[in-house]
Write a protein that binds this ligand. Structure first.
Ligand code: ATP
Length: 352
């Protein structure tokens, strides 16, 4: 296969297992994001792919060539793998200008007609070719660092949280520019992030990791709408959780009946509902979707959306607390009763 393949990787630091058996492929031209919480082993996997760590178990191939094999100790050093590596601190040389930094990557590498000035101009950095990194913004440094990594024409690109040093607004612009450059470069790209929205924006495929294992691999759409378990569902923010019991492949709750495919009768389940999966209906009678009354406990404006704490009857004397995220300004008074409806695409039923 052209691109990067990791097969059966197991890795530990001393007694601490960090990668517990992972295999993955990233095709040439594809951008895959490793998404997972802090400490789950993402950077370790990237360092193994780069050759910065020696393999303990498994095999790594680039464009069909074995670059590391734990079975026979084969280990191609990082500088001979034609792998581009970029970490979150960019690591530009402070004593070199931007143009010199970008040119640096070309020494001894297979030079493919890369024109530094032209490349700098394409990402809006031409006026800064002779500037030193400390005089530039984070976004400008990020683009220069990316150019330096791309200049030698790597077969594989490994990016570790490449936007984490940028403020929120700058990050959105830089992501877009980065994506264009990466697509044009056509390498197999493996990017690490713990930001689910960043993974959704950047990735052709998201590889979700938890505790050294791959939990799910799929398109951004699949990962969001068909999470494999509660862990994946919660990567996109907090959820409401309701307990339930399966009867005839469905589960009844105070806010409706949901399918429980593949779950055995009488088994206990947990129903997860994203906060944005509950909507408060207009009270002008124009909306005839099935709805349920809920009493408002509190409402807060968050800016682009409003957060509501609601209470619905549990069918007995008690209540169930639900959280709802409504777009725009929606601030009913505590004690008001509103009608809520459920977006079923945001509801997931998992074994308890
Ligand atoms: P983050 O998002 O915080 O960077 P991560 O998912 O990239 O986390 P890793 O950096 O791969 O996680 O670390 C995984 C685990 O391995 C952590 O518990 C970390 O402390 C440990 N670890 C990483 N490198 C070493 C090392 N060189 N020696 C000992 N332990 C290490």
């Amino acid at each position: 296969m052209n691109g990067l393949s990791l097969e059966g990787i197991i890795h530990a630091f001393g007694e601490q297992p960090v990668i517990a058996g992972m295999s993955l492929d990233v095709a040439r031209g594809e951008l895959a994001c490793l998404l997972g919480p802090s400490g789950c082993g993402k950077t370790t996997l990237l360092r193994l792919a780069a050759g910065l760590e020696h393999l303990q178990r498994g095999r790594i191939m680039i464009d069909g060539e074995v670059v590391a094999n734990a079975a026979d100790g084969h280990h191609v050093p990082p500088e001979r793998r034609r792998v581009g590596l970029m970490f979150q601190d960019y690591a530009l040389f402070p004593h070199l200008t931007l143009a010199e930094n970008v040119r640096f990557g070309l020494k001894g590498a297979s030079f493919r007609g890369f024109r530094v000035e032209e490349a700098l101009a394409r990402v809006g950095l031409a006026p800064f070719a002779r500037a030193y990194p400390h005089t530039l913004s984070g976004g400008q440094q990020q683009r220069a660092a990316l150019l330096r990594v791309l200049a030698p024409g790597p077969r594989v690109l490994l990016l570790d949280e490449p936007f984490s040093d940028l403020d929120v607004n700058r990050r959105i612009q830089v992501r877009e520019a980065t994506l264009d450059l990466l697509k044009e470069a056509g390498a197999a790209t493996l990017m690490v992030t713990h930001d689910s929205e960043e993974a959704m924006f950047m990735a052709d495929r998201i590889l979700v990791m938890n505790a050294g294992r791959m939990v799910q691999s799929g398109s951004p759409f699949d990962i969001y709408f068909h999470p494999a378990d509660a862990f994946v569902a919660e990567l996109f923010g907090p959820v409401n959780r309701l307990p339930g019991l399966v009867r005839d492949r469905v589960v009844d709750t105070p806010i409706g009946r949901f399918d429980a495919p593949g779950l055995t009768d009488a088994s206990r389940v947990e129903i997860l509902i994203r906060l944005e999966g509950l909507a408060v209906m207009a009270d002008d009678g124009t909306d005839n979707r099935p709805s349920f009354p809920a009493r408002v406990a509190s409402s807060r404006l968050l800016g682009r959306s409003s957060h509501l704490s609601l209470r619905i009857s549990d069918g007995n004397a008690g209540y169930i607390a639900l959280q709802c995220r409504a777009p725009g300004v929606l601030l009913p008074n505590p004690g008001d009763v509103v009608q809520i409806c459920v977006d079923r695409s945001q509801v997931f039923v998992f074994p308890a």
